[in-house]
Design a protein around this ligand. Structure first.
Ligand code: NIG
Ligand code: FE
Length: 393
């Protein structure tokens, strides 16, 4: 049999296409649209269906909406076990604290590579089926030189963006000498981890790492050529956001407790404010003030923070629904933050939008409009997913 030589694909029947083609000008939504995937897996053309050019193959999506694939710019996927009982206790009144991380550290250290790989595969599979086509993943449940390097090596096998988070919490064996742990994180552990990582991150929070320790670790990481990002102002006010901006971090993540100076610092910087509303949902905490950030001119991203402690969802549509319902973002702002915003938080220009030349990563929704992502919470609306110009779901 002769092998077919399909090289380009025309996607038709798009009731509503969101491209974010002009990154600074809203959703860029077009009704009755078409899209051509080029032979390089990139977007070759978008426009009104009536003007669509010819292509080698045609796919009719039957009057559905198409959106850029979600960019989940914050997740912790290398771990073993879960903390369902901690969640249940929290829902009946127990507070959330950084210390729960140590429970997952013990389970992760005890797990073999095969177990961690299988868990990563399960979670990235869930993400893809829910429309996420770019994933960032952190280490942070190993907290020894070997276990952190292992986490990053395993993450690298399955995700595109990898972050070294040796500074997640001070592990139990360093409880009485946290400075020795900071030395390890910025010394031998950094040396072992830097080859596998794109970014370094620090959980700058009461109960984790303070301002001085965060400075030391970020300085060392930048010295090794890693870009930086920060867990900042999650559990209370603190220096995290200011440090993120000062160090030119790609993003400051959480941003739940901000003062005016924090908001101004973000607005006047290239540092993206990455909001993780699933965490507030799952820890029953007040939501970040997204409107204040948007109105000040900060760039806002939304991500899941998928992890076994503070938020065990892998669903970007769920986070979009929370952003709209609980943080008063418009559906268009929330979709932008979950796609183009996530790409900015990873300093990526090839994903998060569907302008000509972008990677052809998109989700076909079982809905006539992207608004349904928030309007129909909890409903599996992702019908098909294309990644790199190929059907992936
Ligand atoms: O982003 N804040 C630090 N890290 C995670 C929580 C990790 C855990 O509780 O296991 C977060 O919320
Ligand atoms: Fe996190």
């Amino acid at each position: 049999m002769e092998s077919s030589s399909v090289t380009t694909t025309l996607i038709t029947g798009i009731a509503e296409l969101t491209t974010h083609a002009d990154p600074d000008a809203g959703p860029g939504t077009l009704a009755d649209a078409a899209l051509v995937v080029g032979d390089d897996g990139r977007v070759a053309w978008t426009g009104p269906a009536a003007q669509a050019p010819d292509a080698d193959e045609r796919v009719d999506v039957g009057g559905r909406a198409v959106v850029p694939g979600f960019v989940d710019s914050h997740a912790h996927l290398v771990f073993a076990g879960d903390r369902a009982h901690e969640f249940a206790a929290r829902m009946t009144g127990a507070p959330y604290g950084a210390g729960g991380i140590r429970t997952t550290v013990a389970a992760t250290r005890a797990a073999g590579d095969d177990v961690l790989r299988a868990n990563l595969k399960r979670l990235t599979g869930e993400m893809l089926r829910q429309g996420t086509t770019t994933v960032e993943c952190k280490s942070g449940y190993g907290l020894t030189v070997e276990d952190e390097a292992r986490a990053l090596r395993l993450a690298r096998e399955q995700v595109e963006a990898v972050t070294y988070l040796g500074a997640h919490v001070v592990p139990a064996e360093f409880k009485d000498r946290p400075e020795d742990y900071v030395d390890l994180v910025k010394g031998e552990m950094l040396d072992a981890c830097a080859p596998y990582a794109d970014y370094a991150d620090v959980f700058c929070e009461r109960g984790a790492f303070d301002e001085e320790q965060t400075r030391e670790i970020l300085t060392a990481a930048k010295g090794r050529g890693l870009a930086v990002r920060l867990h900042a102002n999650q559990l209370g006010p603190g220096p995290g956001v200011r440090l993120a901006v000062e160090f030119g971090a790609a993003s400051a993540d959480h941003c739940t407790f901000l003062d005016d100076a924090d908001v101004d610092a973000l607005a006047g910087s290239q540092t993206v404010a990455t909001l993780l509303p699933g965490v507030e949902f799952s820890t029953r905490s007040p939501y970040p003030d997204a409107r204040r950030l948007l109105e000040a001119g900060a760039t806002v991203a939304i991500a899941t923070d998928c992890n076994p402690g503070s938020c065990y969802t892998s669903s970007m549509p769920f986070c979009i629904a929370l952003a709209v319902r609980e943080m008063r973002m418009s559906p268009a702002e929330a979709l932008w933050a979950a796609t183009a915003g996530g790409a900015r938080a990873l300093r990526r220009t090839d994903v998060g939008h569907l302008a000509v030349g972008a990677r052809a990563d998109f989700a076909v929704l079982d809905a006539p409009s992207f608004i349904h992502l928030a309007y129909r919470p909890g409903v599996p609306l992702v019908h098909r997913v294309w990644k790199n110009g190929t059907p992936a779901v």
